[in-house]
Design a protein around this ligand. Structure first.
Ligand SMILES: NC(=O)c1ccc[n+]([C@@H]2O[C@H](COP(=O)([O-])OP(=O)(O)OC[C@H]3O[C@@H](n4cnc5c(N)ncnc54)[C@H](OP(=O)(O)O)[C@@H]3O)[C@@H](O)[C@H]2O)c1
Length: 245
């Protein structure tokens, strides 16, 4: 049977914090995983007080793959919803010259999420239910000069989620791909963002909560980004390559 438990990986991300609030306010027990356990402790105390739900916290580093087996084993229970909010933008210009940085960006946005989600996919497939939410990005819809290292990793992640959904659709396991446009968070701090096209973490959290309940496959948040990215994808490469993005 489905349980009212949600596991959030990257629980200290600004979007993840809003997601935890949304699920907490709807009576879900929260399982929160992040690298900084002290910060997570503070965050969980706040959530417990506000929503009167159980909040379990776990130290979790996506890139320390050797710890993942124990991480899963030590979960209080297997939550029926898994949400991966982990991401790393990195400075594109730095990444062009820095092997270590670009490897980290690729591993954090693609290899890491692929590995941990694959483990949960097997568990959900065996138990015959579960929901997997992967937060990818519109940056994965088309490569542009200003962020193509991050974007290409997100593109890989989007394709992974699509294939996983295709594998698990008949197994009662729901896979949701979330494609945010720009969102005001730590990740975009100091960047000049288009006001009308940029959403808040709360808006993204509401859209995710709604999409999980409606068993949607792919959502763009804000919705206008679906149209924007459609148009951007339609621009012929010979024109696109000369544009400044
Ligand atoms: N903000 C946007 O405009 C935007 C747009 C499209 C997609 N997204 C995606 O939305 C998701 C949430 O991002 P956000 O905007 O909320 O940014 P954020 O606040 O910077 O959150 C990113 C989180 O990823 C965590 N993280 C990075 N590497 C990790 C690792 N190895 N192990 C565990 N956690 C790790 C960070 O942990 P620490 O707290 O320990 O650093 C941080 O909490 C990301 O997948 C991002 O790519 C964001």
């Amino acid at each position: 049977m489905k349980n009212k438990n949600v596991l959030i990986l990257g629980a200290l991300s600004d979007i993840a914090k809003s997601i935890a609030q949304k699920y907490g306010e709807n009576g879900y027990n929260l399982h929160l995983a992040a690298r900084k356990i002290d910060d997570l402790e503070l965050h969980s105390t706040d959530l417990k007080i506000r929503y009167n739900v159980n909040v379990h916290i776990y130290e979790f580093d996506l890139l320390k793959t050797e710890t993942h087996k124990d991480f899963i084993k030590n979960l209080k229970e297997i939550p029926s919803i898994l949400i991966c909010a982990i991401g790393l933008l990195g400075q594109q210009k730095d990444g062009e010259n820095d092997l270590e940085l670009r490897t980290k960006v690729i591993r954090t946005n693609y290899e890491g999420p692929l590995n941990i989600i694959s483990d949960f996919a097997n568990i959900y497939e065996n138990q015959g239910y579960g929901t997997i939410v992967g937060i990818s990005s519109v940056a994965g819809d088309r490569g542009k000069a200003s962020n193509y290292i991050y974007g290409s990793a997100k593109a890989g992640f989007t394709v992974f989620l699509s294939g996983l959904r295709n594998r698990l659709a008949k197994k009662n396991v729901h896979v949701l791909t979330v494609l945010p446009g720009t969102v005001y968070t730590k990740m975009t701090l100091g960047m000049k963002l288009p006001k009308l096209l940029t959403s808040s973490p709360d808006k993204v959290a509401n859209d995710i909560y709604d999409a999980v309940n409606k068993k949607k496959d792919i959502i763009y948040t804000m919705k206008i980004w679906r149209l924007i990215m459609f148009i951007i994808r339609c621009i012929p490469e010979r024109i696109f390559k000369n544009k400044s993005f």
